[in-house]
Design a protein around this ligand. Structure first.
Ligand code: SF4
Length: 439
């Protein structure tokens, strides 16, 4: 067991189930792809045929998945053919047989048919910590995406197996910063800035990675005096970094970095963007010398869909509407909103509203619809009228959950995610720095 621990704010399974009942305030509209109605196994098969990974239908459908993206082997036919009611029954039966030997975690952005089987529902870091409250669990089944399972593996005991039900559930944003490109960038920055601290003892540059990144990048930060942040604590982490460095290299999400640094008073001119594979990242040495935050060219395709026009439309249709967006949204969207914050912030803001309120929310549709159902006294809708979920969260389906749970019943661990010990060690250092950082 690691020493990492934090206060967690999760919703219980009962609360999540209340959110499944539907509500008149729930978002409704067309979907961004007819393929969303298909079983994810059709995309596993298509990838095997083409030899190339893809993210699947949904918001990231146009993003190019790197060749290194994990792929899922074919789900056995019986799980592909089983009616959904049968899958739910098999999941419940397997969980009952396994008892405390298993804990199932469900991310806020997962489809409801998966969330209904989760013991905890939350964001990625909350869930990794929730698993620590179940020391008897031999297996942690993480219904989320790849980097989340890696974080859970880093924080859990070595003898606990972390399982990702579909290996193709990656994250297109996390894939936008790979370790080789970040190391190449770092080498250029060190050449330009040197490594000597200034008279205040601040090093030239420090790396900060968003939780939504591979374990390798967390380890990279741990090794170089850097740190991890979440969307809840990004400002605290940037303050921590500015106390120790003249500049920050922030990856992979440019929007979280820009929105957070801008709110702290960093001018946009001092936030150049680093595009991997371009000389000097597409910028120039003078701009980099003057930089306070060097932003990696990464983004979340779910949150990139939100626009100022959607906010204007919501305000025209619902005078007095409260617009809350996630900080992964583009800067102009955050600027046009009334508030911005993490999924935890959005949930708490709605939970605290005493009077019936109209909320227009800029984050993933599964969470927004669940909140709409959970709080029927409010009108809650997604700013995006088109239903376009996260492509990689979509790759988890009850069929895969039943398959991994029944594997455990039979004594077989399927789809285990294991972070190599040397990477886990340095990644844990970066996570521990984050937990120790105080406002
Ligand atoms: S919502 Fe965006 S950041 Fe989150 S898992 Fe999906 S692609 Fe990645």
């Amino acid at each position: 067991m690691t020493s990492v621990a934090t206060s967690i704010s999760l919703i219980t399974r009962a609360e999540a189930e209340r959110g499944l009942k539907g509500s008149p305030g729930a978002s409704a509209g067309s979907t961004c792809g007819a393929d969303l109605a298909k079983g994810p196994w059709e995309f596993d098969a298509a990838e095997a045929l083409r030899g190339l990974p893809a993210y699947g239908p949904g918001a990231s459908v146009g993003d190019v998945a790197p060749a290194s993206t994990p792929r899922q082997g074919q789900l056995p036919q019986e799980y592909r053919d089983a009616p959904e009611a049968e899958l739910h029954e098999r999941i419940r039966a397997a969980k009952a047989t396994l008892g405390d030997r298993v804990v199932v975690l469900g991310h806020f952005y997962q489809r409801d048919e998966v969330v209904e089987h989760a013991d905890f529902v939350g964001d990625s870091f909350q869930l990794a910590n929730a698993a620590l409250t179940r020391p008897d669990a031999e297996a942690i089944v993480f219904c989320g995406v790849h980097f989340m399972a890696e974080t859970a593996d880093i924080l859990s005991r070595d003898d606990q197996a972390v399982i990702l039900p579909n290996l193709a559930a990656g994250c297109s944003m996390a894939d936008m910063a790979d370790i080789d490109s970040v190391e190449a960038c770092w080498a250029q920055l060190e050449e330009l800035f040197g490594t000597e601290p200034d008279e205040d003892g601040r090093v030239p540059v420090i790396p900060v990675t968003y939780m939504n990144s591979s374990a390798a990048l967390k380890g990279f930060c741990g090794e170089r005096g850097g740190i991890v942040c979440t969307s809840s604590n990004a400002a605290t982490v940037l303050e921590w970094a500015f106390e120790r460095a003249q500049r920050v290299l922030f990856f992979p999400d440019q929007h979280l970095g820009r929105n957070t640094a801008k709110a702290m008073g960093v001018p946009l001119a001092q936030m150049p963007m680093w595009s991997p594979r371009k000389p000097w990242g597409g910028t120039d040495p003078e701009t980099l010398q003057d930089a306070r935050v060097i932003l990696w060219h990464g983004f979340c395709s779910v949150h990139k869909r939100f626009s100022v026009a959607q906010i204007e439309k919501a305000r025209a249709e619902y005078p007095g509407v409260r617009v809350i967006v996630h900080p992964e949204c583009p800067m102009e969207v955050v600027d046009a909103a009334d508030e911005y914050g993490s999924t935890d912030y959005i949930r708490k803001a709605i939970a605290r509203a005493e009077e019936p309120t109209v909320f227009a929310i800029g984050t993933e549709i599964n969470l927004v619809n669940r909140l709409a159902a959970e709080y029927p006294q409010h009108t809650i809708f997604c700013l995006d009228p088109v239903i376009c979920p996260c492509s990689t969260m979509y790759r988890i389906h009850p069929g895969y959950l039943a398959w991994v749970l029944e594997g455990l019943v039979e004594g077989e661990v399927r789809n285990r995610i294991e972070v190599p010990a040397e990477v886990a060690g340095t990644a844990r250092v970066a996570l521990e720095r984050m937990l120790a950082a105080r406002p």
